[in-house]
Design a protein around this ligand. Structure first.
Ligand SMILES: [Fe+2]
Ligand SMILES: [Fe+2]
Length: 246
């Protein structure tokens, strides 16, 4: 976990050099309708999700007695808060309104609190995988250079977040018996797919606007799940670290 702490510290220093990071207001972003309205509504939901305090996650990290992991979790949460801030500024730049809360975020927090650190991380990872598919769709489909730059940066962060949680969970699950790992993967897949359906329904207008069909989103998220799941249960730890390009 020391490598991850170092990664997050470096990433923090590096992101402070982004021209738009830390700016209180961004210049107005012009997008054609209906993509503008669809993007505002969609980003407002993700802004709520990215802004969670993570108190329980921090408390769970403390139980590992690993100061590097605790610090990495803290810095990871800071990155999610940066994402929330960037989405918030994009909503302002697009002339939209913010949401205070969203039912899907409440349901997700409720589920996360039903188990221990591993359950919490698996559920968090499910959302991170959906975020990988979602932000990459926006990066590739929103017709504005600045928006794409912001989404590309979030995509890079989310790829590393997935690798970070994978690295931790891989070690945690290393001694699982096959029946335990089979059951965990099956339940996890069920929750993941339920979350995919919610996102596909709730964010259908923006996905349509960036030309991602329901079938395409389903396939993309499925591929991400298979890859991530195999890294947790089938890949030696060293390869996970190599792939994350620390
Ligand atoms: Fe994020
Ligand atoms: Fe993330």
């Amino acid at each position: 976990m020391k490598n991850w702490r170092v990664y997050y510290e470096r990433n923090r220093a590096e992101r402070s050099r982004l021209l738009w990071h830390g700016e209180t207001t961004w210049k107005r972003v012009e997008l054609p309708e209906p993509i503008r309205t669809a993007l505002i509504a969609s980003l407002a939901t993700f802004e709520v999700g990215e802004s969670g305090e993570g108190k329980r996650l921090k408390a769970g990290a403390l139980t590992t007695n690993d100061p590097d992991y605790c610090r990495a979790i803290e810095l990871f949460l800071n990155e999610e808060h940066d994402h929330a801030a960037w989405l918030g500024k994009l909503i302002d730049a697009l002339g939209g309104e913010h949401l205070r809360n969203h039912w899907s975020d409440g349901a997700f927090v409720f589920l996360r609190h039903m188990g221990g650190l591993q359950t919490e991380l698996l559920l968090l990872l499910a959302v991170e995988m959906i975020a990988q598919a979602y932000y990459s769709a926006l990066r590739d489909g929103v017709p504005d250079e600045f928006c794409r730059e912001v989404f590309a940066r979030i995509c890079d962060d989310e790829d590393k977040h997935v690798a970070f949680h994978v690295d931790f969970l891989r070690k945690r699950f290393a001694r699982q018996r096959w029946i335990e790992s089979f059951t965990t993967r099956l339940l996890w897949y069920g929750v993941f797919r339920a979350a995919c359906v919610v996102v596909m329904m709730d964010h259908a207008p923006i996905l349509r606007a960036v030309r991602v069909s329901p079938g395409g989103f389903w396939q993309r998220t499925g591929a991400i799940f298979r890859h991530t799941s195999s890294q947790i249960w089938e890949t030696p730890a060293i390869r996970v670290v190599e792939r994350s390009r620390l």
